[in-house]
Ligand binder design. Structure first.
Ligand code: GDP
Ligand code: GDP
Length: 449
């Protein structure tokens, strides 16, 4: 289980402060079973921890407490000496609800003098007001700013990350850096097609499936209730998402618009990539922009396909007009692929599928941490963050917390004072510089006090 190449982080503290709970939290569900295996885990539990993109071996010393005789702080020292051997850092956990005890203070002093490695004070059980004074007391440990956490509720993990990140070498940007969440090569592409009524969604789905499974035409009724139709394109798995409601032709005309958005939303929930189908004979309308906006808000990868291209006149003007209207109407749509297709003849559908796979690939990709932080430094040199009140806002580092959609966390001070224009600058240059064009991107700001 324990990986000898990974940095080691030891969890220390007196009984009942929440060490095991923190251990389980860091190791994740996979090791929750450990508690049920007393023989194996008696003295010391080790597990592989993952905190955002940090990877380390975490060592829980909870089991050691009973093994030693003597006073509590003697026992704490004994447990630590062994565990600290070869460690990179230690988390010294105190209970913010009960406040500091004499044993905590003694132990902290000993750690400061003897441990010889970085110690991070963790004030656990910090959820709620009952913990406020205990948290203040934790400053008195003399171990720097304590990290306020609730191991039980999963709060404060970002602050813990911030404290640990400078101490832990980055995982290499080799393929092994790719995390569990990453996409297996052959995972089916979850594809949804949305658009206003009569844009040609049913026709497109029929054409893609190559069989007349769905009814098309102006007076088509309700067809099957399938949600994902498994299907293959050039040997690759696709789940075509196709809600019954999407295909239902509403009888009441003035409800049509609302229905299109609501049904679209349903389909989008299941999808990775969403194709917004436009009708070339009608051009772009506000309704289309609303759907596009909703897709991106939901964090899905968007492709715009202009359908009925077979009956489009003055094609280049039409295409440029729609593209411009899209970008004028919705800034975040900039860079979204715009294609032309004919669901009726099948023209353009191979390109559409190719682009859908390629877009999902970029949407799922993890930007290597090194490249990300190189970009981050550059972006700040090009356009330094403002200095409200004469004090420059400090952005320290950035990490990609998630993919699908690409989600980043910026750490620094007073980030809540960054103007929206600066946030937009960051999002836009991240998109442009790191091959994320046309994708929904999220950046969260995490300030330390
Ligand atoms: P250990 O002896 O230090 O390993 O402590 P445990 O992890 O066994 O936790 C001791 C008790 O504190 C358990 O009842 C936990 O459920 C509880 N606990 C752990 N973390 C928290 C927390 O963040 N908040 C609260 N309120 N209770 C917690
Ligand atoms: P939906 O309401 O979005 O599912 O649209 P349908 O698939 O029912 O299509 C609405 C109408 O547009 C039908 O009469 C289709 O035959 C027609 N249509 C769909 N795709 C195309 C296309 O590529 N070219 C042309 N000329 N007509 C199309």
């Amino acid at each position: 289980m324990a990986d000898t190449r990974l940095p080691r982080v030891v969890i220390l503290g007196r009984p009942n402060v929440g060490k095991s709970t923190l251990f389980n939290r860091l190791v994740g569900k996979k090791l929750a079973l450990v508690d049920d295996q007393p023989g194996v885990t008696r003295d010391r539990r080790e597990g592989k921890a993952r905190l955002l993109d940090l990877e380390f071996t975490v060592i829980d010393t909870a089991g050691l407490e009973e093994a030693e005789a003597g006073s509590l702080s003697d026992r704490m020292r004994a447990q630590s000496r062994a565990a600290l051997e070869g460690a990179t850092a230690a988390l010294f956990v105190v209970d913010a609800r009960t406040g500091l005890t004499e044993a905590d203070r003694h132990f902290a002093r000993w750690l400061r003098q003897e441990a010889g490695l970085p110690i991070i004070a963790v004030a656990n059980k910090s959820e709620g007001r009952a913990a406020e004074s205990g948290l203040m007391e934790a400053f008195e440990l003399g171990l720097g700013d304590p990290v306020a956490m609730s191991a039980e509720h999963g709060e404060g993990l970002a602050d813990l990350f911030e404290a640990l990140a400078p101490l832990i070498p980055e995982p290499s940007d080799e393929p092994e850096d790719e995390g569990d969440e990453d996409l297996p090569e052959d995972a089916p592409l979850k594809l949804a097609i949305v658009g206003r009524p009569n844009a040609g969604k049913s026709t497109l789905i029929n054409k893609l499936l190559g069989q007349n499974r769905l009814l098309t035409g102006p007076e088509a009724g309700i067809t099957r209730d399938s949600i994902a139709i498994p299907w293959e394109w050039q040997g690759r798995q696709v789940h075509l998402i196709d809600t019954a409601g999407m295909r239902r032709k509403a009888k009441v005309v003035d409800k049509l618009e609302k229905l299109a958005v609501a049904d679209g939303r349903h389909a989008v929930d299941f999808a990775e990539v969403v194709v917004l189908l436009l009708d070339a004979t009608l051009g772009l309308e506000a309704q289309d922009l609303r759907i596009a906006d909703m897709v991106l808000q939901e964090g899905r990868a968007l492709i715009v396909a202009i359908n009925k291209w077979d009956s489009a006149e003055d094609q280049s003007r039409l295409f440029n007009g729609i593209k411009k209207a899209l970008e004028d109407g919705l800034a975040q749509v900039k860079g979204v692929p715009v294609l032309t297709v004919s669901a009726l003849t099948g023209k353009g559908l191979d390109v559409l599928m190719e682009v859908a796979f390629e877009t999902r690939e970029r949407w799922s990709r993890r930007v290597p941490t090194a490249a990300l932080n190189r970009w981050f430094e550059h972006a700040q040199e090009r356009n330094p963050p403002p200095a409200p009140g004469g004090r420059r806002i400090k952005m320290r580092y950035i990490t990609q917390a998630r993919t699908r959609p690409p989600t980043f966390i910026v750490f620094g001070n007073r980030l809540d004072e960054l103007p929206d224009s600066y946030n937009r600058y960051l999002v836009n240059s991240l998109r442009d510089d790191l091959d994320l064009k046309g994708l929904p991107i999220r950046i969260n700001m995490r300030s330390s006090r």
